[in-house]
Design a protein around this ligand. Structure first.
Ligand SMILES: Cc1ncc(COP(=O)(O)O)c(C=O)c1O
Length: 438
C-alpha cells in the first residue's frame, strides 16, 4: 500500500509533528522496545506488527479495549489481524481453557475434544470433508500445497500478487527471499485472463492454485465472483487443486467466503479465530485427497506436529465455533461491519476526500485514494504519507488498528465503539482535508 509519492511539505511537516507527539506520549513503550532489541533482531519476532518509529507495547486487554504500557486506552479495531474475533478474555473461552487445564495437558496421545472440534469444522464448512490441525495458517498452507504437489506429481503453484499465506508465502510488493522453495507462478489478482495466459505453457505441471478469496493483508480487496469462479474452472481444466486460503476470510460468513460465492474449492486452509484465539491452523477438503494422510494406509503421507492437537486450542476452538461464533452471530458481526464501512465511506465521500474503506463484512481496508481498487497495484496508488498520518491521528484518539490500514472487528465491539471510530474518522477528515488537496 506504499506509494512512490513524496509527501508535500505541509503533509511531511504534519507527519513529523504527529510522530514527535507519538514519541513523547509513549516513553515506556520506547524503553521496552529498546530492551527487546538486545535479544531479538530489531526487537521483533513477527514482522507484521513492527511499526516505525517504534512499536507500542500492549500491556492488557478487556473486551474490545486494550491498554499500552504508558496507560493509554484504545478501542481495538485490529482484533489480532482477525484472530481476536472473540474480544479479549471472553468468559466462555476462558472457561474452555480452564477446563482444559484442569484435565492436564501434553499427553502425547489422541484426545477427546479434537474429534469433536474436527466434526464441527466439517459441519460448518461443507467443502471440508476431512480436516487436519496444525499450529498456524502458514503450516496449513505448507501442508495443503505439499499435498497438492504429492498427489498430482506436479511442481508449479499459481499464486497472486498481494497474496499473503504466511511467513514463507509472502507475495506482497517485491515478495520475499525466504519464501518456501515451491515453483510459483505469480499472477495479478482479479485478472483471470492474465492468470490463464501465465499458466498456459505450464498447464501440465500445475499442481495447485492458492488464493485468498479476498486479499486480506494487502488491503481487504475482494476477489470478484468471475475471477474466483474462473479459477475453479482453470483448476478443473488443468487438473490442479484449487486451494482457498480462508485463514482470514472464513469469518465473513457462516461457511466462509466460499459460501458467499457458491464456489467449492478442493482444499481450504483455516487459521486465526477458528482456534478460539490460541495458536491454530487447519487444512482440509475432499476426502479423496485428505485420506492420503490416513496412517493406516501403507502409502500414507506424513503429517505430524507435537502441538497439533494441544488441548488449549482444541477446547477453545470448539467452544468458539459452536457456542460463540454461531452462524447467526457471524451474520450479525458482518452486518455490523458492512454498516460501519458504509458509514465511514459516507464521511469521506461527503467531504470529497481521496480516501476509501474497502473490504467485506468484519474486515476493513483503509486506502488514501478514491480510484477503484481491484488489486495490489491499484492499492499502491494510495498516498502512503496520508495513511501514516491517519494512523497517528487515530491512535491519539484512542483507536487501535494496523498502520498499513487494516481493521478487523471483534464481537466485543458495540455501537458506542463504532461511534467513536466514526467520530475519529470525521475529525481526521475535517482537520486534515487541506492536506488531501495540496
Ligand atoms: C490469508 C492468510 N493466510 C495465512 C496466514 C498465516 O497464518 P499464521 O500467521 O497463523 O501462520 C495469514 C496470516 O496473517 C493470512 O492472513
Amino acid at each position: 500500500m506504499r506509494s512512490s509519492h513524496t509527501p508535500n511539505s505541509s503533509l511531511a511537516a504534519a507527519l513529523a509533528e504527529a510522530e514527535e507527539e507519538y514519541r513523547a506520549r509513549n516513553p515506556n513503550s520506547l524503553a521496552q522496545y529498546e530492551a527487546a532489541c538486545a535479544a531479538m533482531p530489531g526487537g521483533n519476532t513477527r514482522a507484521s506488527i513492527f511499526t516505525s518509529p517504534f512499536p507500542l507495547t500492549i500491556a492488557k486487554g478487556d473486551g474490545a479495549h486494550i491498554w499500552d504500557l504508558d496507560g493509554h486506552e484504545y478501542v481495538d479495531f485490529l482484533a489480532e489481524f482477525t484472530a481476536g474475533l472473540f474480544g479479549h478474555s471472553h468468559p466462555a473461552i476462558r472457561r474452555a481453557l480452564d477446563e482444559a487445564l484442569d484435565g492436564g495437558w501434553n499427553f502425547g496421545a489422541h484426545g477427546v475434544v479434537e474429534a469433536r472440534f474436527a466434526r464441527a469444522i466439517c459441519d460448518r464448512f461443507p467443502s471440508i470433508e476431512l480436516v487436519r490441525f496444525t499450529n498456524s495458517g502458514t503450516e496449513a498452507n505448507l501442508m495443503a500445497v505439499s499435498l497438492a504437489c504429492a498427489v498430482t506429481g506436479r511442481a508449479k503453484v499459481l499464486v497472486f500478487q498481494g497474496g499473503y499465506h504466511g511467513g514463507v508465502f509472502y507475495f506482497r510488493g517485491a515478495g520475499s527471499r525466504v519464501n518456501a522453495p515451491f515453483q510459483f507462478l505469480l499472477a495479478a489478482y482479479n485478472d483471470s485472463a492474465a492468470a490463464r495466459a501465465l499458466v498456459a505453457p505450464h498447464a501440465q505441471d500445475l499442481a495447485a492454485i492458492l488464493v485468498e478469496p479476498m486479499l486480506g493483508g494487502s488491503g481487504c480487496i475482494p476477489g470478484t465472483q468471475e475471477f474466483l469462479a474462473d479459477l475453479r474452472a482453470l483448476a478443473d481444466e488443468t487438473g490442479a487443486i484449487l486451494i482457498f486460503d480462508e485463514v482470514m476470510t472464513s469469518r465473513l460468513a457462516p461457511g466462509g467466503l466460499q459460501q458467499v460465492h457458491g464456489i467449492r474449492p478442493d482444499m481450504t486452509t483455516l487459521g486465526k479465530y477458528v482456534g478460539g484465539g490460541m495458536s491454530f491452523g487447519a487444512f482440509g477438503g475432499k476426502a479423496a485427497l485428505m485420506q492420503r494422510f490416513d496412517p493406516r494406509r501403507p502409502d500414507h503421507l506424513e503429517h505430524a506436529g507435537t502441538f497439533n492437537n494441544n488441548v488449549l486450542t482444541m477446547n477453545a476452538g470448539y467452544v468458539g465455533l459452536t457456542e460463540i461464533y454461531t452462524p447467526g452471530r457471524a451474520r450479525d458481526l458482518n452486518r455490523f461491519g458492512n454498516d460501519l464501512r458504509e458509514r465511514l465511506n459516507a464521511i469521506v465521500r461527503q467531504r470529497g476526500l481521496a480516501m476509501q474503506f474497502t473490504g467485506m463484512g468484519s474486515m476493513i481496508g483503509v486506502h488514501m485514494t478514491d480510484r477503484p481498487i481491484r488489486n495490489e497495484t491499484d492499492a499502491r496508488q494510495g498516498n502512503a504519507a496520508l495513511l501514516d498520518l491517519f494512523w497517528f491521528d487515530l491512535l491519539a484518539r484512542g483507536i487501535w488498528f494496523a498502520k498499513r490500514g487494516m481493521m478487523a472487528l471483534s464481537i466485543a465491539l458495540d455501537a458506542a465503539d463504532a461511534d467513536r471510530l466514526a467520530a475519529a474518522v470525521a475529525e481526521f477528515a475535517d482537520t486534515r482535508a487541506p492536506l488531501f488537496r495540496s
